[in-house]
Design a protein around this ligand. Structure first.
Ligand SMILES: [Zn+2]
Length: 263
């Protein structure tokens, strides 16, 4: 069985056919979904999808792109929203000046509020980090020195500094469509060399559709393509990839109820 550890099921792209999308995903063996928040103040819609389906869980947070409009988001506000059985993590939160245009000071402040929420709740932080390895590594080091917390660097695209720092701090690494794109040899290299107990699979649907269909709407059924590529890169069987990435997910997101393993 597989888990899609990072996607956005509440997005409008899925409004008209979410059940068909989930049926196709079930057919390739996806048993659990983690649908990820991108705005704390628009969290109702994320939680609503999680409440609708037994096997959908969610996280609450502000994507760095929205750090201007949510610049005053407080740790208390985030923590309060985690007091719900379906809310199993914080994020996605982080730093991004490549795809986001939000003010840098606001990005730092908003990310700091999320780091504090992860420290306080001990729920895993889902990190979005694009080409800010040095600042990200430093902020993670500083925050975990005060109080450690679990985390995953989603859609990992960092270099050796961020990889080594996150590894050392007990972090996990999410891999999805980026793994399939041209020019991403450094990501494939990271995915092939990391210890197997730190790797998660994700699609980031509806974005990040695997090559050569980059511009299509992505959907969780495409997770099998990521698993197949990862298997090739690591010299593992697809069944092994499924088994260890699924184990990793439930170990990290310990608040998720793991379905009984079918015998
Ligand atoms: Zn995402």
């Amino acid at each position: 069985m597989f888990v899609d550890s990072h996607l956005h099921l509440d997005f409008d792209e899925f409004a008209h056919d979410r059940s068909a999308v989930m049926a196709r995903a079930a057919a390739i063996g996806i048993e659990t979904y983690l649908t990820i928040g991108i705005k704390v103040r628009d969290f109702d819609r994320v939680r609503a999808v999680a409440e609708m389906h037994d096997n959908v869980y969610c996280t609450v947070g502000t994507l760095p792109h929205f750090s201007d409009e949510e610049k005053d988001v407080s740790t208390e506000e985030i923590v309060a929203l985690t007091h719900h059985s379906k809310v199993v993590g914080i994020g996605e939160a982080g730093l991004d000046r490549v795809y986001g245009t939000a003010d840098w000071t606001n990005q730092i402040a908003v990310f700091a509020a999320h780091l504090a929420a992860a420290q306080e709740t001990q729920l895993p932080l889902v990190i979005h980090s694009v080409r800010e390895d040095e600042t990200m590594a430093a902020m993670l080091q500083e925050a975990t020195a005060v109080r450690p917390f679990p985390f995953v660097v989603h859609a990992f695209s960092g270099g050796p500094l961020l990889m080594e720092t996150a590894l050392e701090l007990g972090g996990y690494f999410g891999f999805g469509g980026l793994l399939t794109y041209e020019g991403n040899d450094h990501i494939r290299q990271a995915a092939s060399s990391l210890p197997r107990d730190r790797i998660l699979l994700e699609t980031d649907s509806p974005s990040m559709s695997p090559a050569p269909f980059e511009t299509d709407r992505n959907e969780p059924a495409n997770l099998s393509k990521i698993a197949e590529l990862l298997a090739k890169l690591r010299g593992d069987k697809v069944e092994d990839i499924a088994a260890y990435t699924t184990d990793n997910f439930y170990r990290l997101f310990a608040k998720v109820a793991r379905p009984p393993i079918a015998s």
